[in-house]
Design a binder for this molecule. Structure first.
Ligand code: PMV
Length: 336
């Protein structure tokens, strides 16, 4: 029995995929067509409070201090419906969520957002779910969110089961964990992205002549990336990550009509990353559903890489992030 008001606050870090998720095998359950591999980042944090309140007539969502728009509220309501169904309750919830970085800019805010929401909503609803079950729940909000339940390097399974029960994420140990940094170069001041990842990946799957090649590539890149993680080979991991990101974008660019996330400053940043490598630095680029460039680098080279990114015209903000930890409850009930 959930009390009249039951509140839980949780935090989760965003993650950046080194082998990308781009395309689904089941839209209803939000199951990926292939696996993916990511690094959770300490510098990109979402904090979310969920209060199931018997006095509410409808769900409410406040995002970064402002009432959310209708589309975002509808998506959150659908997610809360999953939690309510699992908990056997009908109570509406007030959700207050804050990102410590620009929202909806291709900076993986849906990953940390739905991971924090899954943990907070399950806790407030009185559901005791383990991290794997929470990752399956978070996946249904946003595919990449399943990975943000865990810290460090994380693999996501596409799974085979029709019910999505094996479409979960789990951490991957690596001697690289303390040696890597991600330099995040914001292009275009963090303006909202041009195409949401959800629609853009479906459109790529339906229309891109390169989508089949993309799906064939991912398992090979995943196996090679996991081998690089196991042996601590940062160069091999970096080369794979950059090649995989470019292949994902190639498949999207070839969709009809094209999905192009890059801006001129994105290409200038990519050129700077190549120049850094030519000068002997550890630097490999990856991009998601937005114009920003994230550079995988080493602890030793992070300051040099960040300085070089700051000098790229059109890059408006640069930060350095270490690996982040798992999603966690900050206040309220039911730690997993
Ligand atoms: O979780 P979604 O639906 O926002 O999709 C994430 C897609 C990428 O960020 C481009 C790749 C990834 O694996 O995170």
């Amino acid at each position: 029995m959930v009390p009249a008001v039951s509140t839980t606050t949780a935090r989760a870090c965003a993650n950046i995929a080194l082998v990308k998720y781009w395309g689904k095998r089941d839209a209803r359950l939000n199951l990926p067509a292939a696996g993916s591999l990511s690094l959770t980042l300490a510098g990109l944090v979402t904090t979310t409070q969920v209060a199931f309140d018997a006095g509410l007539a409808d769900d409410e969502l406040v995002l970064d201090g402002k009432p959310a728009g209708a589309a975002e509220l509808a998506r959150t309501r659908a997610f809360l419906d999953l939690v309510r169904a699992a908990a056997g309750i009908a109570t509406r919830a007030r959700v207050i969520s804050r990102n410590e970085f620009p929202t909806a800019s291709g900076l993986a805010s849906s990953a940390s957002g739905y991971a924090a929401l899954a943990v907070a909503a399950a806790g407030a609803a009185g559901l005791a779910l383990d991290p794997r079950a929470l990752s399956i729940l978070a996946r249904q909000g946003s595919g990449s969110a399943a990975r943000s339940l865990f810290g460090g390097f994380v693999r996501m399974h596409a799974g085979r089961a029709d019910d999505g029960s094996d479409g979960f994420a789990e951490p991957v140990a690596s001697p690289l964990l303390d040696r890597v940094r991600m330099v995040i170069a914001i292009v275009g001041g963090g303006a909202p992205k041009s195409h949401g990842s959800r629609d853009a990946m479906d459109h790529t799957a339906q229309t891109s002549p390169l989508y089949r090649a993309w799906l064939e590539l991912v398992p090979r890149d995943l196996a090679a990336a996991e081998a690089a993680l196991a042996t601590g080979d940062l160069t091999a991991l970096g080369e794979l990550a950059e090649g995989n990101a470019l292949a994902m974008h190639a498949s999207a660019i070839a969709a009809r009509p094209a999905v192009i996330y890059w801006q001129p400053a994105t290409l200038a940043a990519l050129a700077e990353v190549r120049a850094l490598r030519a000068a002997g630095h550890a630097a490999w680029a990856t991009m998601d559903a937005g114009p920003h460039v994230k550079v995988l680098t080493s602890v030793d080279d992070a300051a040099t890489v960040a300085g070089a990114m700051r000098s790229v015209p059109g890059v408006t903000e640069v930060s350095i992030s270490a690996a982040g930890g798992p999603a966690a409850i900050l206040a309220g009930g039911h730690a997993a």
